[in-house]
Design a protein around this ligand. Structure first.
Ligand code: 16G
Ligand code: MG
Length: 552
């Protein structure tokens, strides 16, 4: 299409999505998030941006409409790059610019980007695949994205309601010419369940492991999708589903879901309180998962992303060693939120190198790619494993080569099946659950055996409202605060008074607050340290509203 005609189309479409609000939006760690009613023009403009990105990369681009664990009136959007990664950082700034520019300047901004990246072929019918979660606002916002795609003569493909990781998977399938799998929901379930059944065999229970899990679907897409999975799994894993009231119930993430359980260390509503039963919760777009159980005294025991990472890394390392391919490297990636006890356990007991990076999946994923087997998890339960092509090829070669010992060839075969079970494109609650269940089954463990690996240090998370959260800047993977001047010295001095104390502060990427994390030997000490640090932030970084309360 000639430039003049695409302009006519999009100028017409633009009228349908005028920018009515002044609110400045920022493309953050998880794209744009806001009240759904603020997002019409943003969605339309992300449709435009996705087409330009697809033309620039000469590949299929994804757009996911979701606000993850946020409450139902919110919504959001993020752009998925060709290999399933989050949108490249330099384009985040363009996304922000697109979202905020006044209507009259939109066309100029588009042209600026076309010029900057020398995007010549404005007639290419590039594909943009679009998915959405179960929020009532999502169909309407999908239409806005699709109109944006059409306005620049791209080809929108609407996958309807899917999990965020499913959308990442579709993008990668399409961009690898289906080598990664079939770009359909059915293809996704088939790939995961075939691998799961192959690895676990017909022995459904093993030692202390039982093949039943209580599953909290957060009243979202994770509940809807697990229904299909249950059918495909049959008796091999019995998933007792709770919190599956879906569209328009207003209950999405409400007092349930992975974020609620992790943040409040609180057992979700809707799940039966059965002592020692293995439970898991996913979040509103099913890219996070945490496990937990209630003990006989009804105390909740949480097995979060750190536990999941150690369980997986230990198991993979064992198999990797068994392959006999000695040059393959394994590493584990965490953020500063990882419990100090987990880092100590991985380093000193598992002997696996640990890297610490800034919060946000793109940072973890990127670092994980530097290993042949890169395990990454945030403490909140978002993570996966990535394998290098080199590792995959070496293992495939060894399976076929009969001159290697049978044990080595079997270890390679097992790892290759595990790779099929894992959604390498992004953290995926459903795939992670199947992987965790596979490992617990292989270990013949119940959930308390898993918990017994190490003991978490008590910790506390707080937030502080400040006038401008950007006055806080950090370095060293967010562990050191650079500004405001002197704040880090104050934190150091507070921390030094506590046994096993550790604390850091960072501006949130998704909410207008500063987050404070603290851990120490006892819960009382962790609470006190967090409150003291929060108070320093309040005093030195322009706190607003009520000051944090510091226990005596
Ligand atoms: C987003 C990130 C998540 C991170 C969280 C931190 C992705 C896909 N999601 O949800 O990884 O843990 O933000 O939120 O990157 P915060 O900046 O508000 O603490
Ligand atoms: Mg999520």
């Amino acid at each position: 299409m000639a430039n003049s005609s695409y302009r006519t189309v999009y100028a017409f479409a633009r009228e349908m999505y005028p920018k009515r609000i002044k609110l400045e939006m920022q493309y953050g760690t998880a794209g744009f998030r806001s009240k759904a009613s603020n997002l019409d023009h943003v969605m339309y403009r992300m449709g435009l941006l996705a087409v330009l990105r697809a033309r620039y990369k000469k590949a299929v681009i994804g757009v996911m409409i979701t606000a993850s664990h946020n409450p139902e009136p919110d919504n959001g959007v993020k752009v998925v790059d060709p290999q399933g990664e989050m949108l490249e950082q330099s384009w985040e700034a363009w996304a922000t610019k697109f979202a905020n520019v006044v209507d009259e300047k939109l066309e100029d901004t588009i042209n600026e980007l076309i010029k900057e990246f020398d995007i010549g072929n404005m007639g290419d019918r590039v594909e943009v695949v679009i998915g959405r979660d179960t929020r009532p606002s999502s169909p309407h916002l999908t239409k806005a994205v699709m109109d944006g795609v059409l306005a620049l003569a791209g080809k929108p493909i609407d996958y309807g309601i899917v999990t965020t990781p499913q959308l990442h998977y579709f993008v990668v399938c399409k961009n690898t010419n289906r080598r990664y799998g079939q770009p359909t929901e059915e293809g996704y379930y088939r790939k995961l369940t075939n691998a799961f059944k192959k690895i676990r065999g017909n022995n459904y229970t093993c030692g202390k492991y039982t093949n039943k899990v209580l599953y909290d679907g957060a009243n979202g897409v994770g509940a809807k999708k697990v229904k299909y999975l249950k059918e495909a799994l049959g008796e091999s894993l019995i998933i007792d589903m709770y919190n599956d009231e879906i569209i328009g119930s207003g209950k999405l993430n409400y007092l349930c879901g992975a974020d609620h359980v992790k943040t409040h260390q609180d057992f979700p509503v809707g799940v039966p309180r059965i002592p020692n039963a293995r439970c898991c919760s996913v979040d509103g777009d099913a890219d996070r998962i945490v496990y937990y159980y209630l003990d006989d005294k009804e105390n909740i025991h949480l097995l979060d992303g750190d536990r999941i990472a150690t369980l997986i890394a230990d198991y993979l390392r064992e198999h990797l060693t068994a392959t006999g391919i000695s040059e393959l490297t394994i590493g584990l990636v965490q953020t500063a939120y990882a419990n100090g006890a987990s880092t100590e356990y991985i380093t000193n007991h598992l002997n696996i190198p640990v890297a610490c990076v800034s919060t946000g999946i793109k940072h973890l994923h990127h670092q994980a790619l530097t290993y042949d087997v890169g395990v990454y998890f945030e403490a909140n339960g978002h993570g996966t494993v990535v394998f290098s092509n080199y590792a995959k090829d070496r293992m495939k070669d060894r399976v076929k080569n009969e001159s290697f010992p049978i044990q080595q060839r079997e270890a390679c075969e097992k790892l290759l099946s595990l790779i099929d079970l894992i959604n390498e494109t992004v953290g995926d609650a459903i795939s992670d659950m199947l992987l965790i269940e596979t490992i617990l089954h292989a270990r013949e463990w119940d959930i308390t055996d898993w918990e017994a690996c190490y003991k978490d240090l008590p910790n506390r998370l707080m937030k502080v409202s400040v006038k401008d959260r950007n006055v806080i800047t950090t370095t060293d993977a967010e562990r050191i605060c650079q500004t405001p001047d002197g704040l880090q010295d104050e934190i150091d001095s507070l921390v030094s008074r506590y046994n096993k104390g550790r604390s850091f502060v960072r501006p949130s990427g998704t909410e207008d607050v500063v987050r404070v994390y603290a851990e120490a030997k006892s819960q009382e000490e962790a609470n006190k340290l967090a409150a003291e640090v929060a108070m320093k932030v309040y005093e030195m970084a322009g706190g607003v509203g009520t000051a944090p309360e510091v226990p005596a």
